[in-house]
Design a protein around this ligand. Structure first.
Ligand SMILES: [Zn+2]
Length: 266
């Protein structure tokens, strides 16, 4: 079976330069492709280097709302030059009203500039959204969007909004973190995701799976546990069990969905 990771951060410094080893383990685990998301200008070069190193890596470049204050005056031009460098996606971009002390000011303008770029070049955009679902919907509805689709990564929005986002071309990506017992509401929303709009992700090194599902123990330099990107098949397995679907059929339809939105890149 072939597995597709719709969202991770393989370039993350917490992996301490062990990326080649992680990639080898991912290939052994049957992972066919992974979308590696840059989050700010300082990590885009690492994402590009990984894409050049291994075809499994589908690079994505974007400014995540958490790092907006690091942006240089040339950030947008800089982003365009990374997108010109290799076939790639746009992300991680988004809106966040949840994180404490994160100013909301400028989030929308930076998000919209990147959404515009994705629409203009018809590149899939990977979107992070926390506590801003209504506003995100408004912005997406009123602005150009990439025809090939948008990915709502780690979708934790209200189930009632799934039809409205679907209409705008959204795909909904499920992280292993939602397999934790207490994430019942977030997990439950995925019963309402249209079959042809489902994706899965690890979001590695974040969003650890529950201990009994975690297949790889991996720690950062500070000893804190990290999510290994080769945990992806365990995310598929957990969601298949929850949805009451055979793992084979879930895997086949997620492959089709992944190709719809990310196919032909690279
Ligand atoms: Zn992410």
């Amino acid at each position: 079976m072939k597995f597709y990771d719709a969202h991770n951060h393989l370039q993350d410094d917490r992996f301490c330069g062990r990326q080649a080893e992680l990639l080898a383990e991912c290939e052994k685990a049957g992972i066919a492709r992974m979308v590696v998301n840059g989050a700010c200008e300082s990590d885009w070069p690492q994402v590009l280097a990984l894409a050049r190193q291994d075809k499994i890596v589908l690079p994505s470049f974007g400014y995540h709302p958490w790092y907006l204050n690091e942006r240089t005056p040339d950030w947008l031009q800089n982003l365009k030059s990374f997108l010109d460098e290799v076939p790639s996606a746009v992300g991680e971009i988004g809106l966040d009203r949840w994180k404490q002390d994160l100013p909301y000011e400028h989030q929308e303008e930076v998000f919209l500039a990147q959404l515009w770029l994705a629409a203009e070049r018809n590149l899939p955009a990977s979107i992070h959204c926390l506590q801003a679902w209504g506003r995100l919907h408004e912005l997406l509805k009123d602005h150009p969007r990439p025809a090939r689709g948008l990915v709502l990564h780690s979708f934790g929005g209200p189930a009632e909004m799934i039809p409205a986002f679907t209409k705008l071309g959204a795909y909904f990506s499920f992280p292993g973190y939602f397999l934790h017992e207490r994430k019942l509401r977030q997990r439950g929303a995925f019963k309402h995701v249209p079959p042809d709009r489902l994706l899965l992700e690890t979001d590695a090194p974040d969003q650890l799976l529950p201990e009994d599902r975690n297949r790889f123990s991996l720690n950062g330099a500070d000893g804190k546990p990290l999510n290994h990107p080769a945990n992806l098949p365990a995310v598929y397995q957990g969601l298949a069990e929850f949805l009451g679907e055979k793992a084979e059929s879930l895997t086949a339809r997620v492959e089709e969905n992944f190709m719809q939105v990310f196919g032909g890149i690279g």
